[in-house]
Design a binder for this molecule. Structure first.
Ligand code: WTA
Length: 650
């Protein structure tokens, strides 16, 4: 849950930032009154409101029923036929935007490519024809495990074009994690690259795939893009090169008209149990959420140069690197590598070079920039920027102020956007031309989104009282279920308060109605804006032969938001050594991926448990974060354990 700095920050945080009148004058929503009217009218007729917004998309056939809601299952725009790839490409060509830059891409070594809408359309069609050649058809699942190169976007849009369902796996995941996801999604084809660039080194994507394939039961073919040129092994009959597959293929491939509720993608994310959840999104509603929120929250205009720094392996990349901006015919910037390669000013150099106007990144990155020092941004001309965004975790007011002043030059509104893989699109954020911001608050729900903050009985809590953030009405881009696990879908999101969506985030409303997100209330960690469940790390560690029992908790971390702290008991006869600590850390990386590397491993003789045998996580969290233990510990099984742990800390 919230780290303690939040409470003090809030007390201190009285600064407010009203929208600049010049900005408001041209904004899509230009005043608080207009926002309020929109929100109120939407709330009273949600179906009508969203039906009106959906006219901004191109439909092959109009829907007959805007919303069918049989809680917790929603169907949006039933009877409508649509294609996401068509909406991101073809319709812009028809509107004469052929030669507008769609994608300005820069690789980490400094190579660059620009694809116009026409060129992107052509590449997507060619690759879709390649997939057809392999027999890919509507409804097939396809795994994408690639570096952040244009072909990643091309692959996603090619799947969408055919009605194949993509499951993108972030390139930082381990072979084991890739195999698990392949098997769960029953994916037929895997698209990868020889490698990608990260901090001057190559990431061995294809080698990881080779390992993953030993355990992947359903994958028939592996398509390999040549990116780094590093040595790899191609398995005859199974592996084929992207360029061979597409050689000689035409650049025309009509987009398949799909039911609005046809699945667009599955994206795996961590829940509070060990097994990742396959978040299942469909076409019409998701695309509308992406397009509508991208336009409003970033106040997108035709000549914007928009850069979202997220990898396409996360939901932020899906919605705000690919589908939202391309549906709005925006010019997007995409960068493959690390922010500090070859030096700490790489991002600012890119902003100056391409004249980026809208920049969307994560608090963890902002805190790293702060640490690296003002001299890096100061060296570059950032005057093209007109709006800044933040996502992934609560942004602390200090980071907000630094972002505002040092990057935004004091003139750019900041949109702090709250949402989740499950919500598909931004739910709470200031509309930049309308809402006066307070550093650290995501402010108000967007028009069409109805939320509340409630206690465990579902009753609305009072001003400045903490409670559970819930969404009380269905919205178009909501997840439809968990892939092949509808029971877990119901249990995870709908059983706490029947009929309303449980976000697993804590929040409060201040005296002006502003929403302050306080962090997760379940066993999900937020490490550098990435979700990881404590159970996932625990189940990785107990697979190690030296380990008897483990409890994993989060601990506050200045840069990453949360760090991973592991309490480990060893099997009898195994010696607790620093070498073993290092080995266990590496072991977690091997099982899940580098993003889950534990920050600390603490050996303990036994774990503190209640009489009924439940591990006392609150206590461990307090120990991990170095707090005084003030809670009631009278249910501890063995007081000496506490003492052992504490002395280990010294
Ligand atoms: C957290 C990322 C505070 C939150 C889009 C949520 C935030 C989880 C914010 C979802 C924000 C995201 N302020 N917390 N602006 N944005 N979160 O699924 O705990 O990777 O539940 O989606 O990130 O993470 P996910």
């Amino acid at each position: 849950m919230a780290n303690n700095s939040q409470i003090t920050s809030v007390l201190r945080e009285t600064r407010t930032f009203a929208p600049n009148p010049t900005f408001s004058r041209t904004a899509h929503v230009g005043s608080m009154d207009q926002y309020r009217r929109l929100w109120e009218s939407a709330k009273d007729d949600l179906a009508g409101f969203w039906a009106e917004q959906a006219k901004d998309l191109a439909w092959f056939k109009t829907w007959h029923t805007t919303l069918e809601w049989k809680a917790p299952h929603a169907k949006w725009f039933e009877g409508g036929l649509i294609n996401a790839s068509y909406n991101c490409l073809d319709r812009h060509l028809i509107a004469g935007q052929n030669n507008k830059a769609a994608l300005i891409w820069e690789g980490e070594p400094g190579d660059t490519r620009t694809l116009t809408y026409q060129m992107l359309h052509r590449e997507v069609c060619k690759f879709a024809n390649g997939l057809k050649r392999l027999g890919v058809a509507k409804g097939d699942t396809i795994t994408i495990y690639m570096p952040l190169v244009p072909e990643l976007v091309i692959a996603m849009l090619a799947c969408a074009r055919l009605g194949a369902v993509h499951s993108v796996i972030f390139g930082g995941f381990s072979p084991e994690a890739v195999a698990d996801r392949n098997n769960d999604s029953k994916s037929r084809i895997l698209i990868t690259a020889d490698g990608g660039w990260r901090r001057g080194k190559t990431v061995p994507l294809k080698a990881n795939v080779d390992l993953a394939m030993e355990k992947s039961l359903t994958i028939e073919k592996v398509i390999v893009l040549r990116r780094t040129g590093q040595d790899i092994v191609m398995k005859p009959g199974r592996d084929l090169w992207w360029h061979d597959l597409t050689a000689g293929l035409g650049g025309d491939c009509p987009a398949e008209p799909l039911d609005s509720e046809h699945p667009l993608f599955i994206l795996y994310t961590s829940g509070s149990t060990g097994k990742p959840k396959g978040i299942y999104h469909t076409t019409g509603g998701y695309l509308l959420g992406a397009q509508y929120t991208h336009k409003l929250v970033f106040d997108i205009k035709p000549d914007d140069v928009y850069w979202c720094t997220a990898d396409a392996g996360w939901i932020t990349g899906h919605t705000y690197l690919v589908y939202g901006p391309l549906a709005n015919a925006t010019t997007i910037v995409m960068y493959e590598g690390a922010p500090n390669h070859p030096s700490e000013d790489r991002f600012w150099e890119i902003i100056a070079k391409y004249g980026v106007t809208v920049f969307y990144t994560a608090p963890t990155a902002i805190r790293a920039f702060m640490k690296w020092g003002d001299q890096h941004p100061k060296r570059h001309d950032l005057s093209s920027l007109r709006l800044l965004g933040s996502v992934g975790e609560p942004i602390n007011p200090e980071a907000w102020m630094w972002y505002h002043e040092t990057i935004g030059g004091g003139r750019c509104p900041i949109v702090d956007t709250w949402w989740q893989t499950e919500t598909g699109a931004i739910m709470i954020a200031p509309l930049p031309g309308a809402v006066t911001t307070k550093p650290g608050s995501a402010t108000f729900p967007l028009p069409g989104i109805v939320i509340d903050i409630v206690d465990k009985d579902g009753k609305t809590v009072g001003t400045n009282e903490g409670g559970f953030l819930v969404v009380t009405k269905p919205w178009p881009s909501m997840l439809r279920t968990l892939y092949r696990d509808d029971e877990r879908y119901q249990k995870t999101y709908w059983d706490q308060h029947p009929g309303i969506y449980f976000t697993a985030d804590g929040a409060r409303r201040d005296e002006d109605g502003y929403i302050w997100i306080m962090g997760r209330v379940d066993d999900v960690l937020n490490v550098s804006g990435h979700r990881l469940s404590t159970m996932e790390v625990e189940s990785a560690l107990v697979q190690h032969k030296a380990v008897a029992e483990v409890a994993v908790v989060g601990k506050p971390d200045d840069l990453k938001g949360e760090g991973i702290s592991c309490f480990v008991t060893l099997k009898t006869g195994i010696e607790a050594t620093d070498v073993l600590k290092a080995e266990l850390r590496d072991f977690v990386v091997q099982v899940i991926g580098a993003l889950a590397r534990p920050d600390e491993i603490r050996f303990t003789e036994s774990l503190p448990k209640t009489r009924s045998g439940k591990i006392m996580r609150r206590l461990l969290r307090d120990i991990a974060s170095g707090h005084q233990i003030t809670g009631d510990t009278s249910t501890l099984e063995d007081y000496s354990i506490l003492a052992n742990l504490r002395s280990d800390q010294e």
